[in-house]
Design a protein around this ligand. Structure first.
Ligand code: ADP
Ligand code: MG
Length: 423
C-alpha cells in the first residue's frame, strides 16, 4: 500500500517538469514563476491527497515540489507551494498539525538559503544539491516522528517499521533526483535551442556583412590607386597626410580581407608541399617583427619529409597570424619557439611563447570574432587561423598560464613523401 502510494507520488512530482517540457516552445510561459508555482503547488497538493497515513503522520512526497520550486523557479514559486502546503495541512487537521507546519517551514528554509548560489553550480552538482536538500527534509520527517513518539511516551516501544521508513527515504530521494535531472535536461534543451537560433542569426548577419565587405573593397581599391597617384605629385605637409591616409586605407583593406577570409576561406590552389618549407618561409617573414620587439624567434624543425596537400598560402596566413600573436604577447627578451613533430597520418606544429599568457576566461574567448585585448587589435587573426585550419580538417588547441606563456598546438592531416607519391 505504502509503495503504491509513494510510486503514485513519484509520478505526481515529475508531472510538472513533463508539463513544462510540453510548454517549452513558449519561453516566457516556462520562466514564469506564477505558472511554475501553480504547477508545483498542484503537484504538492495531489501528493498530500494521495498520502499514506501511519504513526499519526501522512507520508508523501509533498516536499519534493516545494524544494524544486524554490531552487529552480525562485522565491515566488517556492512561497506559493509553501502556502499551499501549509493551508492544506491546517485543513487536514489531526494531532500532528504543528509538526507538519514546523517541518514545512524548516524544509523550505534550506532551499531558500541556497537559492542564490544554486545557479553558480554546474548541472550535475545542482542535481546533487537538490537530492541532498531532499535528504534534509527526510531527516526532519524522521526527527518529527521520533519527537512525536517521545511526547506520546511511545519512544521505547520501538515499533517503527524500518523497511517502510527506508522505502519512504528511497522513493523520496529517487523522486527529487529524477525531477531535478529532468529539469536540467529541459534547461539544456532550451539552451541548445537558443544557441541554434543565435547561430542561425549570426550566420545570416555574417553573410550580409561579407557581401557588404566585398562591395566596399572595390571602391576602396580605386580610391587607393588615385591617392597613390596624387601622392606622387605632392610634397610637404600634403605628402605626409596622404601617407597617413594610405596607411589607414591599407589597414581597412587588410581588415576587410581578413573578414572575407574568415567568412569564406578561399582555397585557390591545392598542392603538395613540404611543411618545413612553409615553416621556414614564415619564420623568415616574421624575423623582422621579432627583432623589432627584441623577442628571440627560434625553430626546432624535424626535416623528415612530411608533406601536406592543401592551399599553401592559406596555411602560411594561419601560421603568420598565430606566430604574430605569440610575438606580440611576449615581452622584450622573451622567446618564441616553433617546432614540429609528426606521426603516421598527421603533422603537429607547436608555437610556444614565454609571453603574458591567458586566464581561463580569456582562453574561453579566444577564436571569437572581434575578441581582442590590444589597443590596435582587430580580433580577427585567431578566428581566421582557426577557420583556415578547420577547413583543412585540422585542429588547434591552446594551453596557457598567465605570466608563464602559451603553447598553441596545430594538428594537420599529412603523410610521408613516399606514401603520397604512390597514391
Ligand atoms: P588581435 O591580435 O588583433 O588582438 P587575435 O584574434 O589575433 O586578434 O587575438 C585575440 C586575442 O587573443 C589577443 O588580443 C590576445 O589577447 C589573445 N592572444 C592570442 N594569442 C595569444 C598568445 N600567444 N598569448 C597571449 N594572448 C594571446
Ligand atoms: Mg593577432
Amino acid at each position: 500500500m505504502l509503495a503504491e502510494k509513494l510510486l503514485l507520488n513519484l509520478l505526481i512530482t515529475i508531472a510538472p517538469v513533463l508539463l513544462c517540457s510540453a510548454l517549452a516552445d513558449n519561453k516566457q510561459r516556462l520562466n514564469n514563476p506564477f505558472i511554475c508555482g501553480l504547477l508545483q503547488s498542484t503537484s504538492a497538493l495531489a501528493c498530500m491527497i494521495f498520502s499514506y497515513s501511519n504513526y499519526g503522520f501522512n507520508w508523501d512526497l509533498r516536499y519534493v515540489p516545494l524544494i524544486l520550486a524554490f531552487l529552480y523557479a525562485g522565491p515566488i514559486a517556492g512561497g506559493m507551494v509553501l502556502s499551499a502546503i501549509i493551508c492544506a495541512r491546517i485543513l487536514m487537521g489531526g494531532d500532528t498539525v504543528l509538526f507538519g507546519l514546523v517541518n514545512s517551514l524548516l524544509t523550505a528554509l534550506v532551499p531558500l538559503l541556497f537559492m542564490k548560489k544554486f545557479w553558480n553550480y554546474p548541472p550535475n552538482k545542482r542535481v546533487l544539491l537538490s537530492t541532498l536538500i531532499g535528504g534534509w527534509s527526510l531527516i526532519l520527517c524522521y526527527s518529527s516522528l521520533t519527537t512525536f513518539r517521545y511526547f506520546e511516551g511511545d519512544i521505547f516501544k520501538l515499533d517503527f517499521n524500518v523497511p517502510d521508513l527506508l522505502l519512504v527515504g528511497l522513493i523520496d530521494t529517487i523522486a527529487i533526483a529524477l525531477a531535478a535531472k529532468l529539469n536540467e535536461g529541459m534547461i539544456e534543451k532550451n539552451k541548445m535551442k537558443e544557441e541554434i537560433q543565435r547561430a542561425e542569426k549570426l550566420n545570416t548577419l555574417g553573410e550580409l556583412a561579407a557581401s557588404i565587405a566585398h562591395e566596399v573593397r572595390n571602391p576602396l581599391t580605386v580610391v587607393k590607386g588615385f591617392l597613390q597617384l596624387m601622392q606622387q605629385q605632392e610634397a610637404g605637409k600634403n605628402y605626409e597626410y596622404l601617407s597617413l591616409v594610405l596607411s589607414e586605407l591599407a589597414r581597412a583593406e587588410s581588415i576587410i580581407n581578413d573578414y572575407l577570409n574568415f567568412a569564406k576561406p578561399k582555397f585557390e590552389k591545392i598542392e603538395e608541399f613540404l611543411l618545413t618549407e612553409v615553416l621556414s618561409e614564415v619564420m623568415m617573414l616574421l624575423a623582422p617583427l621579432a627583432a623589432k620587439q627584441s623577442v628571440q624567434l627560434e625553430s626546432q624543425l624535424d626535416y623528415s619529409g612530411f608533406i601536406l596537400f592543401t592551399d599553401r598560402n592559406q596555411l602560411k596566413q594561419a601560421l603568420v597570424n598565430l606566430i604574430k600573436n605569440a610575438i606580440e604577447a611576449t615581452p622584450e627578451g622573451g622567446k618564441v619557439t616553433i617546432h614540429n613533430k609528426s606521426d603516421q597520418t598527421s603533422a603537429s606544429i607547436l608555437i610556444s611563447d614565454t609571453g603574458k599568457g591567458m586566464t581561463p576566461e580569456q582562453l574561453s574567448r579566444i577564436g571569437t570574432l572581434f575578441y581582442t585585448t590590444k589597443d590596435k587589435g582587430t580580433g580577427l587573426g585567431t578566428s581566421v587561423s582557426l577557420r583556415i585550419i578547420e577547413t583543412m580538417s585540422g585542429k588547434v588547441s591552446y594551453q596557457s598560464k598567465p605570466g608563464v606563456g602559451t603553447i598553441v598546438t596545430m594538428v594537420l592531416p599529412a603523410g610521408r613523401k613516399e606514401e603520397l607519391v604512390n597514391i
